[in-house]
Design a binder for this molecule. Sequence first.
Ligand SMILES: C[S@@+](CC[C@H](N)C(=O)[O-])C[C@H]1O[C@@H](n2cnc3c(N)ncnc32)[C@H](O)[C@@H]1O
Length: 434
Amino acid sequence: MSSAALAVTLTQTIPLWIGVKKGLSIEKVLEGLPKDSENRSACQSVLYTAVRQRALLQKLSSDLISRAPADDVLALIELALGLLSEGKEKPFTVVNEAVAAAKHSRKMVKAANFVNAILRRFGREKTELLVKAEKQPTVRFNAPDWWIRRYEAVFGEQTPEIFALQQKHPPMTLRVNTGKTSVEEAQAKLEKAGIPAERVGKFGLILLSPRPVKDVPGFLEGEVSVQDAGSQLAAELLDAKEGMRVLDACAAPGGKTAHSLELADVDMTALEIDPKRASRITENLDRLGLKAKVTVADAGDPKKWWDGRPFERILLDAPCTASGIVRRHPDIPWSRKPEDIAKLARTQGKLLETMWPLLANNGRILYAVCSVFPEEGPRGIEAFCARHPDAKLIPIGPEGENLLSLSPAEGPETPGSVWPATHDGFFYALLEKI
Ligand SMILES: C[S@@+](CC[C@H](N)C(=O)[O-])C[C@H]1O[C@@H](n2cnc3c(N)ncnc32)[C@H](O)[C@@H]1O
């Protein structure tokens, strides 16, 4: 990033960072930046750098600042501290540009010397301040205490390893559209363009160095899409065959809808409650040259959209805490509240109950969440099966497990295995109506 651009980037990122600190999602605050803004990706990068170190920045600013300044000044200091502790930009550039950003703002000009003093003090005391801050679990794991305890309950001794993984930059994983090309051909095409990629799972490729999708050969032509390898398992597990009536009940942005259509020519209804998100399904399907009935509706209210003909396959990729995809959305632990888990588990249970009568006899419903919390996965499914003697769990795991809980993971692939070694956290259960 050029240094002059950095001052502008910091200024533009201030309101986004304030929004995230107030509990808005990264996705939501980025809506405030024009899509064609030249600085969009730079702002995004500065914002992510701050969000990935949110607890550290809170601790540093409380150690360095005795009287809280105005919100925008504090945000500017925190964003600059984020860059300084990350260490990718030259420290003098960060300090100078943060001070320039303050000087160029009518509201912050008086605080320019203050910004300068705090950032320079951080430069002098960086090592001690970071060592002291890292002693706090909330800083080490960049999550609130309650979230850390929930992870400990799920992952036990593995917790630090899972958190360490969550703090890394996520891999950029592509799904190859095998209706248009093969995984080998897509990999060779990337290699030829100087973009080496490794295989993951049955349909995936991980780019060794991520880049904007528009620069990925084959993306605009619909040969590849961006989708985590754990998420790529859904279409395969759903196993929708040619001509089947299929419902994707919570479909946006359409990754799993599209994958099912790439694997078989099915009669697909893609439901989505949020109209803005629904338009992304259509965009994705258009790019891939695929067709579905994209419907904006509440899956929980079928009388508004269902024609009464049963579906042979239903995918219920239910709204969840997203606790399995924190490395892609580092704001999640901070934007959730402890009570959200039970609330979302109730919503998931209700949606599954509503979907069940829509399923044909011998039909299958794949329940999925990108969460690692048991209330949203195994517990809800076990309770559902206890209430429904006509529901049979179909084994789906690599070792024949009925309930597939995937922890976020990264590792070398086993050659020839369809099970990816690198993926986000997911839960899957496949139920057949008997
Ligand atoms: C986990 S995301 C789905 C991701 C999608 N399956 C994919 O692979 O691209 C859940 C989606 O469900 C939508 N949603 C939430 N409640 C819904 C409801 N009652 N009816 C329909 N869609 C709903 C959300 O807006 C969100 O887009």
